[in-house]
Design a protein around this ligand. Structure first.
Ligand SMILES: NC(=O)c1ccc[n+]([C@@H]2O[C@H](COP(=O)([O-])OP(=O)(O)OC[C@H]3O[C@@H](n4cnc5c(N)ncnc54)[C@H](OP(=O)(O)O)[C@@H]3O)[C@@H](O)[C@H]2O)c1
Length: 502
């Protein structure tokens, strides 16, 4: 019997961000491995014309939850969606719902966040700091609460090279930042944002650092822990390999590469690509929930959920493997043949941008205009290159994260729990993982059928022929112009022609 699963039996668990990438996998694992839990409360907001109930049904009917329905057929009775918007000062939870949450909740997993790197500082602070503070306040009024687990990021201190499992003090107290957000207008916030965030690369990592401080400040009164995952990727093993449902980070890069839009990056091939599968993060998070509630460590612990120090993978290796998978299983309707050049040279990367990225889309949009259709490629390329520029900071650096607490936790688990809640990233085979990741993107994100692979391969062959034809034509035009202008070129030409009977 798993000790962790036994712990979650009969418990009422509150999850924020349950409709997000990590939150869904967390919920799935809980239902599948701990079917004896009492209820999972999820804070949800209506979105894109969908009510709470519709959003829950959508999640339960998704491929991710197929196995859950076999183990826990009454899953829909164990999930209770609570209407809430974390952008609101009181979280917009009704009185009755609040009463129920306060009196019943045993454990909180706080996953909700804005993960947009370029979010306005006001919004990032509202969601990643103020909402966290409000939840902590709620938690402090919960008589049954055993643990508050906060999902942060390993990059919350990415301004440092070596990062320990501690909460580092922020240059400006979160309280002062929160107060200033109340009276400063957006334009002034825009102006002072670079000064405030200092050597953090964006408002996301900065606001997550502030969020950690807020949690840390409450750790005297509450039983808290912080989990810091690095770059979260598709599932490694559970419920099946390669599941992913959003285009953030590496998934976006893989799609843009596979579809032939992104053919080169300013990235350091030997920089560590600190990715971590989402199921590994979830397993660690559930183990942390158990450990924090049962062992009640004297001080609040931080757990790094990273791969670089235990089983490093490099961006160069990822690029090679992604291309190797595209050779076997290409994405459908690619714009150009996939390529994944990496360079540390800014001039080379600008040249690639001009020749490999902008020139083809401008030409294609011109062709669309000529044929009476709406041009769309330049807009798409703008979005892709903006995403790439936001990721450049992370794909050109390596960090060292200590993992003492995470390793201590692993050694505390029974062999059964180490198997069921496996977060030992040393067992991960990166080549297999990346292959499954790319296939997962194809199946679950792009919804492409494997039956379409032969046609996709044919399409790439056609693109290769067009590419050769285009290059030959370009070469001939350039050569013709050169012959017209240069005596040397003419001499070479007249020398070659008789040799080949031209
Ligand atoms: N993904 C990564 O690579 C990564 C890496 C390190 C750490 N993390 C951390 O892991 C956690 C989960 O990340 P994720 O990748 O799962 O993010 P995600 O897919 O963007 O999910 C974010 C979640 O937050 C919810 N949320 C956002 N604004 C809200 C609001 N105003 N009210 C209520 N809910 C709101 C979203 O709800 P809606 O569905 O309604 O938008 C969604 O459920 C975050 O704390 C993040 O910082 C993620």
């Amino acid at each position: 019997m798993s000790t962790i699963a036994a712990f979650y039996e009969g418990k009422s668990i509150l999850i924020t961000g349950a409709t997000g990438f990590l939150g869904k996998v967390l919920m799935e694992k809980l239902f599948r491995t701990c079917p004896g839990l009492k209820v999972i409360y999820i804070l949800v907001r209506p979105k894109a014309g969908h009510t709470l109930q519709q959003r829950v049904v959508q999640i339960l009917n998704s491929k991710l939850f197929e196995k859950v329905k076999e183990v826990c057929p009454n899953v829909h009775e164990k999930i209770r969606a609570i209407k809430s918007d974390l952008n609101h000062s009181d979280l917009a939870i009704s009185k009755e719902d609040m009463q129920e949450l306060l009196s019943c909740t045993d454990i909180i997993f706080h996953c909700a966040a804005t993960v947009r790197f370029d979010d306005h500082l006001r919004h990032a602070v509202q969601l990643n700091v103020i909402a966290t503070q409000k939840l902590l306040l709620m938690a402090s009024q919960m008589p049954k609460l055993k643990a508050f687990i906060h999902l942060s990021t390993a990059f919350s201190n990415c301004n440092l090279k070596h990062i320990d499992e501690v909460v580092y003090p922020c240059p400006v107290e979160p309280k002062k930042i929160i107060d200033s957000m109340e009276w400063l207008d957006d334009a002034i916030i825009d102006e002072i944002t670079p000064k405030l965030i200092g050597d953090w690369p964006n408002t996301y990592t900065y606001s997550k650092a502030l969020g950690e401080t807020v949690v840390h400040q409450e750790s005297g009164r509450l039983n808290t822990a912080i989990v810091r995952p690095s770059i979260v990727g598709a599932t490694w093993q559970e419920p099946f390999p390669g599941w992913v449902d959003n285009t953030n980070g590496p998934s976006g890069l893989i799609i843009a590469t596979g579809k032939g839009f992104l053919r080169g990056l300013r990235a350091t091939p030997m920089a560590v690509a600190d990715m971590i599968p989402v199921d590994t993060v979830v397993n660690l998070t559930l183990a942390v929930g158990w450990y924090t509630a049962v062992h009640r460590p004297k001080s609040s612990l931080v757990y790094h959920c990273t791969s670089g120090n235990l089983n490093p993978c490099y961006w160069g290796k990822i690029g090679f493997q992604v291309l190797a998978v595209f050779e076997k299983v290409p994405f459908e309707k690619a714009f150009r043949r996939p390529n994944a050049g990496l360079t540390v040279n800014t001039i080379t990367s600008q040249y690639w941008n001009a020749i490999n990225h902008w020139a083809p889309v401008i030409l294609y949009d011109f062709y669309l205009r000529l044929t009476g259709r709406k041009p769309r490629m330049t807009k798409l390329m703008n979005r892709i290159l903006k995403m790439v520029s936001m990721l450049e900071y992370f794909i050109n650096r390596s960090w060292e994260w200590s993992t003492d607490n995470t390793e201590m936790l692993m050694s505390t688990l029974t062999p059964e729990d180490q198997r069921i809640f496996n977060f030992d990233v040393r067992q991960l085979n990166w080549l297999d993982y990346i292959e499954n990741y790319v296939l997962g993107i194809k199946k679950y994100l792009l919804k492409e059928d494997m039956a379409g692979v032969p046609e996709a391969k044919q399409h790439l062959k056609r693109l290769r022929n067009i590419h050769y034809l285009f290059n030959t034509a370009l070469f001939l035009i350039a050569w013709r112009l050169l012959i017209a202008r240069s005596q040397v070129a003419r001499n070479v030409w007249f020398f070659i022609c008789p040799l080949y009977n031209l």
